[in-house]
Design a binder for this molecule. Sequence first.
Ligand code: HEC
Ligand code: HEC
Length: 326
Amino acid sequence: MKKIVKIIGIVLGSILALLAGFCIYVAISGVPTYDPPTISNLKVDVTASRIARGEAIAQIQCMSCHADKDNRVTGKYLAEVPDLFGKLYSKNITQDTEKGIGNWTDGELIYFLRTGVRRDGSYAPVMPQYPNMADEDIRSVVAWLRSDRFPVQASKQEPQASELSLISKVLTHTLMKPLPYPQTLVASPDSNDTIALGKYTADAIGDCYSCHSGDLIDQDKVHPSTSKGYYGGGIEMVGDGGKKVITANLTFDQETGIAKTYTKEQFIRAVRMGVRPDGSILNYPMEPKLSLSDREVGAIYDYLKTVPKIRNNVAQKNAELQLARK
Ligand code: HEC
Ligand code: HEC
């Protein structure tokens, strides 16, 4: 008997020592770096239509994390990220050659947007990756970054460096990884196929699932629809003034999803203008997505009808939060 206790003790002790060792290693080594990638020297043609499309995408993606109060993409503090993950700042992505991305090549930008890895092999865990954005759309984003539009004009302003918590660092050694660079063309959806357009707009452009699924970290970025709790919502986020907000259940579950609340027209209004059917305003970080067209958002609604229904009573959780606050 004593012997068994001793053995168990030794095993548990070793596991704890290993874990402690791992945490110390992670705390010291920080975010892992990878081999510097081989990057193609493709060059993006900057055309007026690409700039316009790139700007529409940037307005719902890049601007929300990178734009300062003057609407320039000089980087900022990401207040909506729970403290658990540390104090996170985005970066200056204006055309400045020193503080911004002025001396990145088009190939390096696209490689980074797809994989999360910079030319020197360093990895940016918080910046979303865009594995499913069509080649044409990702080139449009680059065209916008190269354009003479106001937000991207060179600026030397610079945010603080991020301070990742130990939990975030552990995540970058476990769940959060760079994505592989796509080996084939990523095609645009057939715009006559409403469901395909809706899925593409929601998953690849709007990144809606990343907030409206079951977990903020445990997600499949390459195959979003296999993510845990896909569109079932329920993630707690930090809204304006530190207020807690919970992401909505966007599935068509009759009791707890959006089926009851929203007609297609009301859904389009909520997503584009940020207003619910009852006139209440949606809280940050659910920002109005005006740059998506009625057709694109309508297509998201049609697509959500096809997504497996999830029973998740977010309204109930919201009510509990209200009570807890009192
Ligand atoms: C959820 C917030 C978020 C969104 C959305 C976002 N970024 Fe970022 N981005 C970040 C953060 C945070 C960093 C800094 C990462 C780091 O320091 O490791 C970053 C870093 C970058 C960098 C690297 C800059 C450097 O000097 O290393 C580029 C380029 C970039 N983002 C471009 C974009 C573009 C283009 C878009 C839109 C398609 C975009 N980002 C959308 C948060 C975001
Ligand atoms: C950065 C995280 C984030 C992203 C990205 C996001 N949402 Fe949201 N969304 C939220 C949060 C948080 C709420 C809850 C807001 C509240 O309760 O006031 C919300 C609420 C909503 C609602 C309102 C539901 C209700 O309760 O009445 C709809 C509709 C919605 N989102 C659709 C979308 C669509 C479509 C997309 C993609 C185009 C999207 N969201 C992207 C965070 C996000």
